[in-house]
Design a protein around this ligand. Structure first.
Ligand code: AMP
Ligand code: ZN
Ligand code: FE
Ligand code: FE
Length: 293
């Protein structure tokens, strides 16, 4: 099979939680012969913005994407609702100024949360400063970066222990931040000129077909246009099942490796985990047939 016909529509740079800088990611994509690459950093377009001129120089087709952290609508009186990732693809036009401003407001709330998280950790006797965490997390400093600092300083042995003991949603240092609901995320992507796609459905709180059907209905009403059928964490069976759901709901299928560089070494750019992905350019062509306006 010709590797030149492959695309990868889900990747992260070091502008969010990937390890590879945007320009280097574009060069790798070119080297392995990808025909199109989408950068879908968490809650920021900074990686795409930096990569775009490099891609243009190299003649690589680079697509503007994003992966939003959202929450399922809260149940009355319930615990903090589960986190859901939503991809957005800006295939026909650049993200609107309004969308960029909305992202900026979300980042502001993340910065406030990070300050509160430092204060809470300090009150628990953990010596940590915001600048230490920001040195590795830069413009998208988040809990994974706090976890790394806690490991480096010897407070915990592993990043997972950092979450379990301090950082997880209901752990002792937990601080809530404003996060959009999934429906709000879908609306913002649409209003900004993009195509919303439900990311890696295997990671949803339930992933059986019946549950997914009732989950998808209101999302489609809100403007969801696609679902990530192909992903490194999806088994063959998952991919078949999600492809059927996409057809049933009239959603486009999207796919990608979810490459994070050294931060997720088992996942390769373009080919996923143990080569479980091989996404043809026709996937992107079909996405382009979906009207976003
Ligand atoms: P933030 O956006 O800063 O709140 O961090 C969210 C990220 O932290 C998620 O995307 C996960 O990578 C990670 N994360 C959140 N909860 C946990 C957990 N319980 N265990 C491990 N990682 C987690
Ligand atoms: Zn990520
Ligand atoms: Fe994700
Ligand atoms: Fe991702």
């Amino acid at each position: 099979m010709s590797r030149g016909s492959m695309i990868d529509l889900h990747t992260h740079t070091d502008e969010s939680d990937g390890s590879v800088p945007p320009a280097a990611l574009v060069r790798s994509a070119r080297e392995i012969g990808l025909e199109a690459l989408a950068i879908t950093d968490h809650d920021t377009l900074a990686g795409y913005d930096r990569a775009a001129p490099v891609a243009a120089d190299l003649g690589l087709e680079l697509l503007c994407g994003i992966e939003l952290s959202t929450r399922i609508e809260a149940q009355p009186g319930g615990r903090r609702p589960p986190s859901v990732h939503l991809l957005g693809y800006f295939l026909h036009s650049a993200p609107s100024t309004g969308f960029r401003e909305w992202l900026e407001r979300m980042q502001e709330s993340r910065r406030r949360r990070n300050q509160a998280l430092v204060a809470k950790l300090q009150s628990l006797g953990v010596e940590i400063t915001l600048s230490e965490v920001q040195a590795i997390g830069r413009n998208l400093t988040g809990r994974p970066h706090f976890a790394r600092v806690l490991v480096e300083k010897g407070y915990v042995a592993t990043r997972q222990e950092a979450f379990d003991r301090y950082l997880a949603d209901h752990a002792q240092a937990a601080v809530e931040r404003e996060e959009p609901t999934l429906i709000e995320g879908i609306r913002q992507v649409r209003a900004g000129g993009g195509m919303p796609s439900l990311a890696h459905p295997v990671r949803l709180p339930h992933a059986d077909t019946e549950w997914l059907r009732s989950f998808l209905s209101p999302l489609c009403e809100a403007g969801l246009q696609a679902i990530e059928v192909y992903h490194s964490e999806h088994s063959r069976g998952d991919m078949e099942r999600f492809a059927e759901l996409a057809a049933e709901f009239g959603l486009a299928a999207t796919g990608g490796s979810d490459f994070h560089g050294d931060n997720k070494p088992s996942v390769r750019l373009g080919t996923g985990k143990h080569g479980n992905l091989q996404l043809p350019y026709s996937l992107l062509e079909r996405m382009r047939e979906v009207r976003v306006a």
